[in-house]
Design a protein around this ligand. Structure first.
Ligand SMILES: Nc1ncnc2c1ncn2[C@@H]1O[C@H](COP(=O)(O)OP(=O)(O)O)[C@@H](O)[C@H]1O
Ligand SMILES: [Mg+2]
Length: 239
């Protein structure tokens, strides 16, 4: 479904994404783990068309996406839930969700059906639909950011650190929703510094260091891989 080969992205002299190749099948959930600064966000932003690669190819469902602008990538069905949520605090929950519809413009749209799905997934958003998004808790804002992307009917959802800054119980809620979406067949790429969570929610994982993929394999195998445990899962790995 997604095929990336030799992708390199720079900020001036800084190489943020360094010759990355990866592929994933439709319906898969793939994790990208790695320390702060490894290039995870830059990779997602390159796939999304927000950054233009210096070299390499991105193909999605038989279509070349390399160098397309972000709106063109979104119209192909690749939608991102950005790091830090980036919801509009001065708009209501419902207004934020309606903004997410735009990506689906070129495909079949049934906006109210989509909104009802989002509300079924995150009932708290239905309760707060008329409140300003800026008044939501961090966890609710993350739910809203995911909901906004779902409004665009993604074929591939890119999630950048959805657990960042959230407490354990709300993280569990958010990940339960992601697992449910995945079970319904949604393809996703999950970027996380929380490697344990990411490996539990996905089938395949890539480890990034300094812009490169240094390790890859089935998520379940990664969870018992000494190299991954040492570097990314810490002491609690055994328990
Ligand atoms: N806007 C930017 N301008 C210059 N350098 C950047 C910019 N954004 C990220 N970088 C650099 O690119 C590298 C990768 O960053 P990033 O993709 O944000 O990593 P991650 O998401 O894994 O933490 C880091 O060295 C970071 O300092
Ligand atoms: Mg990042």
């Amino acid at each position: 479904m997604l095929e990336i080969s030799g992708l390199t992205t720079r900020y001036g002299g800084i190489v943020a994404v360094d010759d990355i190749s990866l592929s994933m099948a439709e319906g898969q959930a793939v994790a990208i783990i790695g320390a702060n600064g490894a290039g995870k966000t830059s990779l997602l932003r390159t796939i999304s068309g927000l950054l233009r690669p210096a070299s390499g190819q991105i193909n999605f469902a038989g279509t070349g996406l390399t160098g397309r602008p972000a709106y063109g990538v979104a119209r192909q069905g690749i939608l991102m839930v950005p790091e830090g949520r980036q919801i509009f605090g001065a708009l209501t929950v419902e207004e934020n969700l309606r903004l997410g519809q735009r990506a689906a413009v070129a495909r079949s749209t049934a906006p109210n059906a989509e909104m009802n799905k989002v509300f079924a997934l995150f009932p708290i958003l239905a309760e707060r639909r008329s409140q300003y998004a800026g008044q939501l808790s961090g966890g609710q804002q993350q739910m809203l950011a995911i909901g906004r992307a779902l409004m665009g009917r993604p074929r591939l959802l890119l999630l950048d650190e959805p657990s960042l800054g959230l407490g354990p119980s709300v993280v569990a809620q958010v990940f339960a929703a992601l697992k449910a979406l995945h079970q319904e067949g949604l393809s996703m790429i999950l970027v996380e510094q929380n490697a344990r969570l990411a490996l539990e929610a996905t089938e395949f994982a890539y480890v990034m260091e300094r812009g490169r993929i240094v390790h890859q394999g089935p998520s379940v195998a990664m969870r018992s891989d000494p190299l991954v445990i040492d570097h990314y899962l810490g002491q609690a790995a055994g328990g």
